[in-house]
Design a protein around this ligand. Sequence first.
Ligand SMILES: Cc1cc2nc3c(=O)[nH]c(=O)nc-3n(C[C@H](O)[C@H](O)[C@H](O)COP(=O)(O)OP(=O)(O)OC[C@H]3O[C@@H](n4cnc5c(N)ncnc54)[C@H](O)[C@@H]3O)c2cc1C
Length: 379
Amino acid sequence: MDIAVDTCVLEQGSELADRFTRASTWERADAQWPSHEQRTLVCCRVLAETHDVRTFVFAAEQGKPFTFEPGQFVTVTAEIEGKPVSRCYTISSPPTRPYTLSITVKRAPGGVMSNWLHDNMTEGSTLSAYGPSGIFTPSAGPSEKALYLSAGSGVTPLMSMTRAAFDLGQDRDIVFVHSARTPEDIIFAKELAALEQVSRTLRVIHICEAQSEKGDWQGPLGRLSLDLLKECVPDYQEREVFTCGPAGYMEAVRKTLLDGNHNPSRYHQESFNFAETVEVVEAAPEETASAQPCFTVRLARSGKTFTVDASQTVLAAARKAGVPLPSSCSQGICGTCKTTLLEGTVEMKHNGGIRPREIDRGLRLMCCSKPTSDIVLDM
Ligand SMILES: Cc1cc2nc3c(=O)[nH]c(=O)nc-3n(C[C@H](O)[C@H](O)[C@H](O)COP(=O)(O)OP(=O)(O)OC[C@H]3O[C@@H](n4cnc5c(N)ncnc54)[C@H](O)[C@@H]3O)c2cc1C
């Protein structure tokens, strides 16, 4: 599992860690906007961050405050060229500013959703989104000292965490190291510089792979290396590390930290690419499937029923039966298909998209749950 690979235990006695985890703004996040519930967001502002990155600021349709944890993402859906398309985007704004929710999107060349958002989302446009999900949050590894390592659009969860820590007046000791292609590609450069100026405990370091067009970049050039890390963050071994960026970047970061004897249990990462994070489990061939016992799935609220054999996930069986269930990643990561199991049992193999406390409350991810009896779902 690549998302928030290692979940640390709350450091007992750490007042700062306790305050961060218990902040009232997101303590009831699960209750207020469940990840399986779709809501309409109203775009109220579009901000150009760089030449190919924009922030879309949304208000909730009924003006209700949003609740989420810094670092979580939403799954947005839109009908594009007649087909429903869903993609996950990290909430780049902090939960401490709960009346708007922002996503910061980089255009992917040839990409369906990112280009559609850039070309179509304007003030007043609406967008459907499933509620916040994800466990790449500060509570995965509360500590007094953090090191945030990001590249490209991977800056978004770390920006939400940094903004939240600042708004809570936490003085959390954060070193924020961001890698960009060129100085023109640095996202949130001005805001981070302003935050650094007024915060006693935030340090921001930008590393650029190439010089700016004007040739006036004074900061480190190249890629993050162990030598550069030792020079810029000499106490990196004492820090809880949160990393987000392209797969190659995260692989290099992880190796650098291991080479530098950083404790791997204090390392957390999030990938923006599902295909790179999980092994794709091949669907069972039909012959094998037909030899499996069959069970009935009943949807308590709609009264619909369909059958599923023990080799199929509930989501796959629902799709086959033409019963629409909310879903996005189909890999047990995003949490969009989280549903309460009212009766029966399933075997679930998830990849971080559900928390232990949610499992205790009876929630399951339909995309990676196979029934072991007849089941009844709360939907
Ligand atoms: C948890 C999570 C959080 C995320 N947060 C952010 C965020 O904060 N900001 C952000 O910008 N992104 C984020 N992403 C990534 C985002 O979800 C999208 O993957 C990204 O915007 C690209 O989507 P798209 O629809 O534009 O591109 P897609 O249409 O999915 O295409 C992606 C790339 O694949 C290529 N491609 C598509 N189909 C084919 C094909 N058949 N053959 C060859 N190439 C193909 C496209 O040209 C494009 O370059 C996040 C992802 C996850 C999982």
